[in-house]
Structures are given as C-alpha cells and as structure tokens.
Write a protein that binds this ligand. Structure first.
Ligand code: KIV
Ligand code: ZN
Length: 401
C-alpha cells in the first residue's frame, strides 16, 4: 500500500468547488503520437517543468508497455514531490500490479485503470459482453485500491457508450473505490453540448457521484477538444486531462495552455481556477517541442510563433496606441517577453517609424516619407523584412540626402 497518495494540490482542490485540477498526459497520451517518443532524460526534463508550473497530476507513462516506460514512471515517481504521479494500466491484474510497482516510491501515486465501454469496442476490441466488462471494472478498481489510495477509472470511448450502461459502469467503479472518474472522448467524436449533458447526467443519476472527481479527456479529431473540455467543466468536471502543445494521437489532445488561458482570460464567464503558473507555458512548450522534435504550428493559440505577432498596418497602429486593441492576454502572462510587430507589405507608417526609433533612427518628415516608400517596395518583393534590411535601406536614404 502506498501511503499518502492524495495530492496536496488535490486536497486543496477538493475543498474548493471552483478549482479545476490539471492532469497532464504529455508523457503518456502525448507520447503515443507517432514519432513523439522521448528518452528517460527527456521525460524527466518534461516532468520537472510540469511539476514546477503547478500541474496537479502528471501521467508519466504506461508501465506495462515497456521497460523504458516502467523506468520512466519509477524515476519520475521518485523525483516529483508536489504533483501526483500517475501510471496507466488496462484492467488486467498484471498491468495494475506493474503500475503499482512503478509507483512504489511515489510520495503521491495514482493508478489510472481503464476499459472500453462502447458497443463497438466491447464487441470488436475486447470481445467481451457488457456484464463481463462490469465485472472487470470492479475487479480492476478493487485491485488498484489495494495498492494505492488514489485510483482513477476511465471508460474508454465513453462518448459512444450507451448512457444507461455508462451510469452502471461509473456506479460500479465508484463503489469499488475509484476516486476519479474519467469520461474520455477517445475518438474526438463528441460536441460541447453533448459532452456537458453526459457529465450532468452522470452526476445526477449515479449514486454517490459526489464521492469522486469527474474528469474530462478530449481528443481533437474535430478540433473540439478544448471546447469540449471546457463544456465538461461547466457541467461539473473538476479535472481536465490535457497535453502541452496539444500533443497526442492523431489530431492530438486538448492543449493545456489553451485550457489554462481560456479559464484565466474568461474568468468572467468560467469562474474556475487552475494552479498553473501560466508564465511557464512558453518554456514548457519549447521544451516539449524540442524533445519530441514536433514543431509548434505558427498560428497555434497561445504558444505559436504568431500568437502575439501583428503585421497588418491597422492592427499595428492599434497595438502602438493600446495593446488591448488586438490582444486579449499579455504575452508576459504566458512567458513571452513582448508582442512583435512584424514589418511586411501590410505594415503602416506608424509601425515603420516605431521600428526606426527602436533601431536608433530619427528621420525628418521627407526622409521618413522616402524611406517608407522604399520599404514598401522592398516588402512587396520579400516575405520577411529583417532589421538588417531596414538598416541598409535607411543608411542609403541618409547617405543620399
Ligand atoms: O483516449 C483515451 O480513451 C485514453 C484512455 C486510456 C484514458 O487515453
Ligand atoms: Zn486519450
């Protein structure tokens, strides 16, 4: 039995109805993304950042999957003190025992056990009858609870599961001792209103539903992972499973940075707190991108290279007058030093003059007019106008006249 497996952060969260736990699965579901595998040192590096930024639960791997995964979960369990460290297992005894073994040295360990509950998965993948699945839920959660106090149970493919059957499964899992109930949208199929209804239904119909924390786990096949997760929170889920940069199988998982910043930026309509230090988001994004060699798309919300960049003249002019005209959060709040006004063919005179000042130039009106015209001609030909291009252009202008 692993003692004291309840998170310090989780305890606080349980006391506050408005606190949403952040469960990061970059090292497990994120790593399942083809080509995103990480070695032990890289996993430790990611886990240390997740702990430092205030993630409540770090899913460190799937111990039965390989010796490497076992080793990674054990090592992270040894090192991480402030976050719960979680290991995934299927419903079989060997999986669960291996996860328990990997978490042996965890100050706060959680076994996360799952089984499919949808007709298509039960019939074709598990080849099990619904009653057999129910028996497996009871046996797996009971065994996990003999090893740790903190057990999460997931209904794989929950959103394509018959609702009455889902209620029976969740009831059985809570009765057997699961402390967190996760409702995965495994194939990214649900939509926000439907996902919210599932949580409302479970919390209303399942006996003792208030004994467990309900959790979202959304995949992004329809680009709805974050919207669905937030809908789940609105309907009472108090844990969100997510990954840095939205890394994950196929189209990925709900992106941690988007969940955290959406809750922070729109606290007026979604009054829930996470314990995340958002100023560490940019760093975490860079580390995950670098260790997985997965580039972050330029226009990715919050962490993309263009997330705080402005090129059009109208926007640049607005930004120079007041940044709130075109930014709903500050770059500093996510750990980016400042917004950038990128000079290009759409840029206006205001941004050009501002750039010249930052490069140390003060031109008279006529010189500025000529330099601006030459800059526009250049920008029409060149995708990127660098500071060096501007310096060369202005030096020519100054020399000419
Ligand atoms: O997407 C999913 O269903 C999962 C489970 C293993 C929780 O990742
Ligand atoms: Zn998943």
């Amino acid at each position: 039995m692993i003692p004291d497996s309840t998170s310090r952060r989780g305890k606080q969260a349980a006391d506050s109805a408005d606190r949403v736990l952040i469960f990061d699965t970059t090292l497990r579901d994120g790593e399942q993304s083809p080509g995103a595998s990480m070695n032990l040192d890289e996993k430790i590096q990611v886990a240390e950042i997740l702990e430092a930024m205030g993630v409540d639960v770090i899913e460190a791997g799937f111990p039965i999957a390989s010796n490497g995964d076992f080793e990674a979960v054990s090592e992270i369990a040894r090192r991480v003190k402030d976050s719960v460290v979680c290991g995934l297992s299927r419903a079989g005894a060997k999986d669960i025992e291996r996860a328990g073994e990997a978490l042996r040295h965890a100050e706060r360990g959680r076994i996360h056990t799952f089984i499919s509950t949808s007709p298509v998965h039960m019939k074709h993948k598990l080849q099990m009858e619904p009653e057999q699945v129910l028996d497996a839920i009871v046996a797996s959660v009971t065994l996990a609870r003999n090893l740790v106090d903190n057990v999460e149970w997931s209904a794989e493919d929950a959103t394509r599961t018959d609702r009455d059957f889902l209620c029976r499964c969740v009831e059985a899992a809570i009765k057997a001792g699961a402390t967190t109930i996760n409702i995965p949208d495994t194939v990214g199929y649900t939509v926000p209103t439907e996902y919210a209804d599932i949580f409302t239904m479970l919390r209303t119909r399942v006996p003792n539903a208030d004994k467990a924390i309900f959790s979202t786990h959304c995949h992004n096949d329809l680009g709805l992972a974050v919207a669905n997760s937030l809908a789940g929170v609105g309907a009472g889920a108090r844990q969100v499973e997510c990954t840095i940069n939205g890394l994950g199988e196929r189209a990925g998982n709900a992106a941690l940075e988007e969940i955290v910043m959406a809750l922070r930026t729109r606290a007026d309509v979604m009054p829930y707190d996470t314990g995340i230090n958002s100023q560490m988001i940019a760093r975490a994004s860079k580390v995950v991108s670098s260790v997985t060699s997965f580039p972050v798309q330029y226009n990715k919300a919050i962490v993309g290279q263009n997330a705080f960049a402005h090129e059009s003249g109208i926007h640049q002019d607005g930004m120079l007058k007041n940044t709130e005209t075109y930014e709903i959060m500050t770059p500093e709040s996510v750990g980016i030093s400042k917004s950038s006004l990128v000079l290009g063919k759409l840029s206006g005179r205001h941004a050009f003059k501002d750039k010249l000042q930052s490069l140390g130039y003060e031109l008279g009106d006529n010189q500025l007019q000529d330099a601006f015209k030459r800059f526009k001609d250049l920008a029409d030909k060149k995708k990127h106008v660098f500071d060096e291009d501007i310096v060369a252009l202005v030096d020519d202008e100054v020399a000419a006249g």
